[in-house]
Design a protein around this ligand. Structure first.
Ligand SMILES: [Zn+2]
Length: 385
């Protein structure tokens, strides 16, 4: 007897090359079976997913959910799980001194599964008045190294923005030294060349295979495109070396013009993430599904869009065995989405609005087999007993 059967949806599981009308059976906290016409009598609870997409639980590789501590912090469950994101990576709101509060009050207390990147600056991202890397005294490598040993900390975060007199290369080198010592990857936030104090090439040159560049499609000066709009050679070289490129939409890091040119030149994102925070939540990022919708609008195939928010981030997190796909034995993290047709205005970070004809809208999600949603399951009209 299964606990839950999700019936009749279009199951898209890019890791296994699945895109078909199938049923998903869940036993306890795991996927038990995926197949055609599994018997509804075999389950205690049946969810009717007719007309919906059924995907692995979405994974957002870049969010800020250190609510109450960082000015960027939003509420994890409202903004992640209620919008179809079952696993999220807190991308450096907390530094060594503020991490314990993130762990106890957010990560341990949320239904969304939250992992963290540790900000190389021990204050993390408390306020906006001073950039956390403007003063080298905020970097304490030994302290960061000690805290970053925690298994739920998946890597180090360094924001190359407002680095002041340090210039990006120095704090980045110190962050990479800590990442080396704890044997974990680094995610680097790239900003304008002016705010980094050095050109993008100088940042990329330091990165190791497995490190991630987030905000890869920002439209500010010194972005991944040169003055003619061509992808900079250093960007291609970094990708060839195994550096990953993550969207990190946020409030300032998604420009239609940059993305469109990059896609046309064969530079799709490795991972699609929202960089959801206080200033991007209402607009322009909205949520991960909206960020994914923008790539659908730009012509990226649906399965590739879903892969970039499921299997791809799971692989980078070293968690492919449990999340990011719907193979038997995987965690029963499942997202139900509606692929809507109509006219949908989508705004980038430069204030440019484009109108899409399709939209991915989150309906509900199961986290480890438990239904979580925008409302009670009965009001969604999904639950048939
Ligand atoms: Zn961010």
């Amino acid at each position: 007897m299964y606990d839950t059967l999700i019936r009749g949806g279009r199951v898209i599981d890019p890791l296994h090359g699945v895109d078909a009308l199938l049923d998903v059976a869940i036993q306890g906290e795991r996927v038990a079976a995926v197949g055609a016409n599994l018997s509804p009598q075999s389950a205690r609870q049946v969810l009717d997913a007719t007309g919906l997409l059924v995907t692995p639980g979405l994974i957002d590789l870049h969010v800020h959910v250190h609510w109450g501590v960082s000015h960027y912090g939003i509420e994890a469950d409202q903004c992640c799980l209620a919008r179809g994101v079952t696993t999220a990576l807190e991308a450096g709101s907390a530094g060594a001194y503020t991490y314990p509060s993130l762990k106890r009050w957010i990560m341990d207390a949320s239904q969304t599964e939250v992992y963290a990147l540790l900000n190389i600056a021990y204050l993390g991202m408390i306020g906006d008045q001073v950039g956390e890397l403007e003063d080298a005294r905020f970097i304490d490598e030994a302290l960061a190294e000690r805290v970053a040993q925690a298994p739920e900390i998946l890597g180090i975060k360094a924001r190359m923005d407002r680095v002041g007199p340090l210039k990006a290369t120095e704090p980045l080198a110190r962050a990479l030294a800590v990442a080396d010592r704890v044997d974990k990857p680094l995610m680097v936030h790239i900003g304008s060349a002016r705010r980094m104090g050095v050109p993008l090439e100088a940042v990329l040159a330091q990165l190791r295979p497995g490190d991630v560049v987030t905000h890869c499609y920002h439209g500010k000066d010194g972005n991944i495109l040169d003055a003619e709009g061509a992808v900079r050679p250093a960007v291609r070289q970094a990708r060839q070396r195994g550096v990953l490129f993550d969207v990190g939409h946020g409030a300032g890091s998604f420009a239609w013009a940059t993305v469109r040119r990059a896609l046309a030149q064969g530079l799709p994102p490795d991972t699609i993430s929202s960089d959801l925070h206080t200033y991007s939540l209402l607009s322009p990022a909205v949520d991960l599904a909206t960020t994914m919708t923008k790539f659908l609008h730009l012509g990226m195939p649906l399965a590739d869009v879903i892969r970039a928010a499921t299997a791809a981030p799971a692989a980078w997190m070293g968690m492919s065995a449990s999340v990011g796909h719907l193979g038997p034995g995987a965690a029963a993290d499942v997202t139900l989405l509606r692929l809507e047709e109509g006219r949908f205005d989508l705004c980038d970070c430069e204030g440019v609005v484009e109108t899409a004809s399709r939209r991915l809208a989150p309906v509900t999600a199961l986290k480890r087999g438990r239904l979580f949603g925008l409302g009670p399951a009965s009001s969604l009209g999904l639950l048939t007993l």
